[in-house]
Design a protein around this ligand. Structure first.
Ligand code: SF4
Length: 428
């Protein structure tokens, strides 16, 4: 972290020359958390604005929060903690708005089985979060013989009626974003990145087939404008075709409205003791060692428990067969990280049905984090007062011990340990 006061680069968060520049490391840490949260909020706000959703309240907060991080504005720790929790509140509002504009434009997602094999013919592989890009691409490829595949974060798109109606949206290819370099090299067709996470291609691989649009950019890749996809369609037509390959089907599209249509069944299954516990296992994925914890944990979840999942972390286990309880799937994929809003609505509805708080529900949060959107979602869970979250693969380095103590005292956040230990402690 660079300290503008003493123009020194400090190791980790906080200025080493405390006292001289007056910025204590805990306030610096809270400001780092706030800034990361704002970046996450900004990404969801950007997508909402693309679909006509604007919140002057959230925009106003962004200005106030950024001003709060200006030098010598506030030295009050409590003030910063409140600011961080307000960021969580604003992220909830922006996720709600994004859900509203997504469902108004593309319909309410419905549970759907998505093919992971390939279909004979030319293809385009699209990754990222921008559903409007996908929609326009599907319209422009209709009748051209070019098939469209989603990658990583784009998987939940298959649940939206106005997107899944396109017959040439043929499936999901590959795993989470960190697999891109290998999977994009293997995919013979054209590649389109709409938002983060996009990686720089290894030399002499697929840069000539990579297209970017909107907020995204990779040096040497063709950057498209105005959602005109003619160049990427041409590239697909002149690239080697894919062949018919079967693959395991994965499910997605369990928007809260779809899940709540099963509410009576779920509530009865809980009351009859057929469902003992719910685990929300999800969040970011990445190449960092230790993330196989989530695969092992999901595999070890007892058969009378249900797994809710969302975001990139689902790829650690979403091809496994978890079966059902009373016709209720044991793996419920709610969507992408912005669909944490759906997971929260499901938890709120269950709490209402059982006349208790979310923290009193037989529900545990087993989360993985990596980037700023995940930080914003974590702040939303803190804002909602959700406790006992287990977080990994490691706790964020920008959180100082004192700030961590506040979070532990207030929300009992815990680092993951190992699946057996954590499962035993949760279910005992
Ligand atoms: S914030 Fe995490 S879950 Fe969301 S797209 Fe980024 S890596 Fe995936």
């Amino acid at each position: 972290m660079f300290c503008y006061q003493c123009e020194q680069t400090a190791g980790g968060s906080g200025c080493v020359k405390v006292g001289i520049c007056g910025k204590n490391p805990d306030i610096q840490s809270l400001q780092d958390i706030l800034l990361f949260g704002l970046k996450g909020i900004a990404s969801y706000a950007f997508h909402a604005r693309e679909l006509g959703g604007v919140s002057s309240e959230v925009d106003g907060f962004m200005h106030e929060a950024l001003f709060k991080t200006v030098t010598n504005v506030s030295f009050d720790l409590k003030d910063h903690i409140n600011m961080v929790l307000r960021a969580g509140e604003m992220n909830l509002k922006i996720m709600e708005l994004l859900d509203k504009v997504h469902t108004e434009k593309f319909g309410n997602p419905v549970p759907v089985e998505v093919k992971t094999g390939t279909t004979a013919g030319p293809g385009i592989l699209i990754t990222g979060h921008d559903l409007l890009d996908l929609y326009e691409l599907l319209k422009q490829t209709e009748g051209t013989g070019v098939n469209v595949y989603t990658h990583s974060e784009m998987l939940p798109a298959h649940g939206y009626p106005e997107l899944k109606k396109f017959k040439h949206l043929v499936g999901n290819y590959g795993g989470a974003w960190q697999e891109q370099k290998r999977e994009f090299k293997e995919f013979p067709g054209a590649l389109l990145a709409t938002t983060n996470c996009v990686l720089i291609p290894p030399p002499n691989t697929y840069l000539d087939r990579l297209f970017t649009i909107g907020i995204t950019g990779v040096e040497g890749a063709t950057h498209l404008k105005n959602r005109d996809f003619s160049l990427v369609i041409e590239k697909a037509k002149h690239s080697p075709s894919l062949t018919d390959e079967s693959g395991k089907k994965i499910t997605t599209g369990f928007h809260y409205k779809a899940v709540l249509s099963l509410a009576d069944k779920i509530i009865n299954a809980v009351k009859e003791g057929k469902i003992r516990h719910f685990f929300l296992i999800g969040g970011c994925d990445g190449a960092q060692p230790g993330r196989n914890y989530y695969t092992e944990f999901a595999e070890k979840v007892p058969k009378d428990c249900v797994i809710l999942t969302l975001a990139c972390g689902k790829y650690r286990f979403n091809k496994l067969d978890f079966g059902e309880i009373e016709g209720i799937p044991r793996l419920i994929d709610v969507g992408q990280c912005n669909d944490a809003y759906s997971a929260i609505q499901i938890a709120i509805a269950l709490a209402k049905a059982f006349n208790c708080s979310i923290n009193e529900l037989p529900l545990s949060f087993i989360l993985s984090w990596f980037e700023q959107k995940a930080v914003a979602i974590l702040l939303t869970l803190f804002y909602l007062g959700i406790k006992d979250i287990r977080l990994g693969p490691s706790l964020p380095a920008f959180v100082t011990p004192n700030v961590l103590k506040v979070l532990q005292d207030e929300f009992n956040i815990q680092p993951i340990t190992n699946p057996d230990e954590d499962l035993k402690n949760i279910l005992c």
